[in-house]
Write a protein that binds this ligand. Structure first.
Ligand code: ADP
Ligand code: MG
Length: 388
């Protein structure tokens, strides 16, 4: 990293203001977008996220007692919790639950966790599908692991952060977000096998190919996200049981027609078709990126969107409008990224067409009377780390 880091400076300044001393250290963890592979993680399948330049920074110092004091700029408040609170999932609610959840998950795995004072600043927009929750967990986990000199291999960290969110904060989610925030590498997408947790860093240099990835926040109000997520997950799990496989990952594209014929519910059939074809699209995307053919992934992105819209039924008018407008304005491909029902759209565009495509999406939004979208273009950034 070069140059000043306003987030890190803000975290340290807040720390000094609140606690009257400089922090022992600062740690950062990024938000992410998923290039392709949606709702495949909890089906033991494949995902291909990359880290955003937007990050959550934690400044922290250990204290001698099992007491955690945490201030978040975004939340605009300070909370404290002790070892008893951290020992009981759900005891700390709201945003503090993600922090207490990390302490709980570390304790539950048998580690000694230092008490600490922390400040949190972030430019990952919360609730936009860019995984601010995993960025918070990953930044806190990296900080506490360093401060406590906890022997915790980086391979084991994503599952631990995921348990913080699933068990302590009570939010069901797959492992993608935490794996991306912790394991991503600058200039690469992270090819993750969500069954074995094997991962590979795949070079993803859109800029080198004269392209850019436009990230468009759809601004769609999140509707029924948790319930719909649970319903999709339940449908996938029941289909796997009906098909006699451990997870839908085990249905291949070749085996798909036979599998579909064995299912009698049309909705469940379409859910299965999304997951199976989406896994295949991830594999094809990885093959194209390995071959250095970035523009060729565009049609796979667009096909992924159609599958989410028609088979998995997790898109909303705002994201469909953004995708259609981006494609009409010349994008190589476009798709919703994240769990659905809002969130962000990715569009792969010529670098010199970023503004034109964004303007086209903004105009389409105005026609439909939607809240104007916000957008930025993103190159793959680094995963969680201590800051100098
Ligand atoms: P996403 O992860 O897509 O941004 P989530 O609903 O999973 O959306 O997580 C958002 C929640 O994470 C926020 O409502 C808040 O509770 C918590 N959060 C994320 N970043 C911060 C932060 N910097 N400070 C406090 N809470 C945060
Ligand atoms: Mg989240």
């Amino acid at each position: 990293m070069t140059g000043p880091n306003p987030l890190a400076a803000r975290a340290a300044a807040a720390f000094e203001r609140l606690y009257g001393e400089a922090p022992a250290g600062r740690w950062a963890a990024p938000g992410r977008v998923n290039l392709i592979g949606e709702h495949t993680d909890y089906n033991d399948g494949f995902v291909l996220p990359f880290a955003l330049p937007q990050r959550t920074v934690v400044a922290a110092t250990p204290v001698d007692a099992p007491l955690w004091t945490v201030w978040s700029e975004q939340a605009g408040e300070q909370i404290t919790f002790d070892g008893t609170d951290a020992g009981k999932p759900g005891q700390v609610t709201g945003w503090g639950g993600y922090v207490a959840g990390v302490v709980w998950a570390l304790l539950d795995a048998g580690h000694q966790v230092p008490g600490a004072r922390l400040t949190v600043v972030s430019d990952v927009p919360p609730g936009a599908g860019l995984s601010s929750s995993a960025a918070l967990e990953a930044a806190v986990l990296t900080a506490l692991a360093d401060l406590g000199r906890i022997d915790l291999p980086v391979d084991d960290r994503p599952a631990l952060a995921q348990r913080a969110e699933n068990v302590y904060a009570g939010m069901p989610c797959g492992i993608m977000d935490q794996a991306a925030s912790i394991r991503c590498r600058a200039g690469h997408a992270l090819f993750l096998d969500c069954r074995s947790l094997a991962l590979e860093h795949i070079p993803f240099d859109a800029a080198g190919a004269g392209l850019a990835v436009l990230v468009i926040d759809s601004r769609a109000p999140h509707r029924h996200v948790t319930g719909e997520y649970a319903a999709r997950r339940a449908a996938c799990e029941s289909a796997a049981r009906a098909l006699g496989v451990p997870a839908l990952r085990d249905v291949t594209t070749d085996g798909l027609p036979v599998a579909l014929a064995r299912l009698d519910d049309d909705v469940v059939r379409r859910r299965v078709r999304h997951v199976v074809t989406e896994n295949q699209r991830v594999l094809e995307t990885v093959a194209l990126l390995r071959a250095g053919d970035v523009p060729a992934i565009g049609p796979l992105m667009t096909a992924s969107h159609a599958s989410m819209r028609d088979d998995f039924e997790i898109t909303v008018p705002e994201v469909d409008t953004a995708v259609e407008a981006a494609l009409s304005a010349g994008a190589y491909g476009a798709r919703m990224t994240g769990g659905g029902f809002g969130g962000c759209v990715l569009a792969l565009v010529d670098a010199d067409r970023v503004d034109a495509v964004a303007d086209a999406v903004t105009a389409a939004y105005a026609d439909r009377g939607f809240t104007p979208p916000v957008w930025f273009s993103a190159a793959p950034g680094a995963g969680a780390a201590a800051l100098p």
